[in-house]
Each structure stands twice: as C-alpha cells, then as structure tokens.
Design a binder for this molecule. Structure first.
Ligand code: SF4
Ligand code: SF4
Ligand code: FES
Length: 230
C-alpha cells in the first residue's frame, strides 16, 4: 500500500494513543493500519459474528457511541476502545431436561424480572433489534415471540453493556430460541421424511458422484440448483 501523505490522514485514538489513519477505513482496518494485529475482537469482518463490538466518543460530544469495528468508519478525533467480550451471566442447562416455560427462564435467569423496559438496549443494538420488546415477551413467557424477534442477534454484548439492570439479554434470548426450536416450533415433517430417505440409501449414488466433484464443480452445481418458491 503506498504511503499516505500526512495531510490525507485523520487522527484517531485507540485505547488512548493517537494514530494517523486514512479516513476511508473502518475502525477495524484502521486498527490494522495502525499496527494492531487483531486476534480477539475480529471474526467474519462482515457484520455477522458480533466479535468486534466497539465503543467510541467524538470530539465535543458527550455521548458514548457503539458500533461494530468492521462496519463503522473512522471519524476525525474518534476515541475508541474495543470490547471483544463482555462478562455476563451464562446459565448452564441441558436442553433435554428443561421445559419451555417462563418458570424455566426465571430459574435460570432470575434477573429478567428486574427489566425496567427502559429501552436503552434497543438504542444500542447494531442489528436494530427491539431488545426491550423481546425482553417484555420473555417476562410475559412468550418464548416463541422472543425467539422470533431475537433471531438476528449476533451476540455482540452491547445491549448488556448499557443495561441499568445488568441483564444478559442475548443469553436469555438464545435460551428462548433453543426452547422454541426444541419444543415449540412446528415440526418439519417433510424434512424428517427426507432424512429417513437419506438414511435408507435413496441418494447414495448421487452422493457418491458429488464426492468426486471438484470445488468449482460443486459451486456451479450449487449456483444452478432449483430453489423452492417462497
Ligand atoms: S436496557 Fe436492560 S432494563 Fe432497559 S429495557 Fe433493556 S433489558 Fe430492560
Ligand atoms: S440483541 Fe444485544 S447482543 Fe444481540 S445484536 Fe443486539 S446488542 Fe448485540
Ligand atoms: S468481525 Fe464479525 S461482526 Fe465484525
């Protein structure tokens, strides 16, 4: 990469130290430009894995902003720190041994009933999820609705970081999604039939042929596959 002239660079502060970086970079690429080798706090680089939660402030602005480092552009004077992991309560349970009820959720995460419905969590979610709303579903015992509304959660932890009642919203939400998937969602009968067919050897010849294909041939096959109408 050709050296940038200083005039083309902007100052940012990474964990208190100033670096001059090109303004066209995301926080993540700016950190790498500044010499950081990211091992934690980086994953998909596409806004899906939630590994790169970051907090920052801007000059002359009292607010604390949040963002995913791989999706947020740097700004002049940005003062930032990454929070790749947020310490939070995570219950241990065996999904086979619990029931899909509010009582289960409250036993594993009693603090859910302390939620104030303040909405701070919804304001910070980079996925634009209405976290307050699914927390309200959880307090009502509507596991199916909470599972549905939290489906796009990427477990970044930013909602927990700002919660005044110290909830671990994303861990409670994934419990709901597990309970929903295991006990409440309608069973996909056609899938069970197809699995039984596979086990009975109905597709053995096709599977053997596919195993011999190259990666590019498999890609082509995938791209040309029949897609069921929605
Ligand atoms: S920030 Fe915490 S207390 Fe406020 S609505 Fe969200 S979960 Fe409830
Ligand atoms: S619900 Fe919380 S953990 Fe999930 S994406 Fe939103 S802020 Fe991140
Ligand atoms: S690295 Fe995966 S969301 Fe940023």
């Amino acid at each position: 990469m050709p050296e940038k002239k200083n005039a083309e660079l902007i100052p940012i502060y990474i964990m208190g130290k100033q670096y001059m970086v090109p303004p066209s970079l995301t926080i993540m690429t700016a950190m790498e430009y500044a010499g950081y080798k990211l091992v934690r706090g980086v994953g998909c680089r596409e806004g899906f894995c939630g590994a790169c939660a970051t907090v920052y402030r801007l000059p002359g602005d009292y607010r604390l902003y949040i963002g995913l480092a791989c999706q947020t552009m740097v700004q002049p004077g940005m003062y930032l720190a990454q929070i790749p992991s947020f310490p939070i309560q995570r219950a241990v349970y065996n999904i086979e041994e619990i029931t899909p009820t509010l009582a289960t959720i409250v036993r594993l995460y009693p603090e859910v009933l302390r939620c104030l419905s303040c909405g701070t969590c919804s304001k910070v979610c980079p996925q634009n999820l209405d976290v307050r709303d699914f927390m309200a579903d959880i307090m009502r015992g509507d596991i199916a609705s909470a599972a549905n509304k939290s489906f796009d959660c990427i477990m970044c932890g930013l909602c927990a970081m700002r919660c005044p009642t110290e909830q671990g919203q994303y861990n409670v939400a994934i419990l709901c999604r597990r309970l929903y998937g295991k006990y409440l969602a309608p069973k996909a009968l056609h899938l069970a039939e197809r699995v039984a067919e596979v086990k009975a050897g109905k597709y053995d010849v096709e599977l053997a042929q596919m195993k011999k294909k190259t990666k590019d041939e498999l890609k082509e096959l995938y791209n040309k596959r029949d897609i069921e109408p929605e």
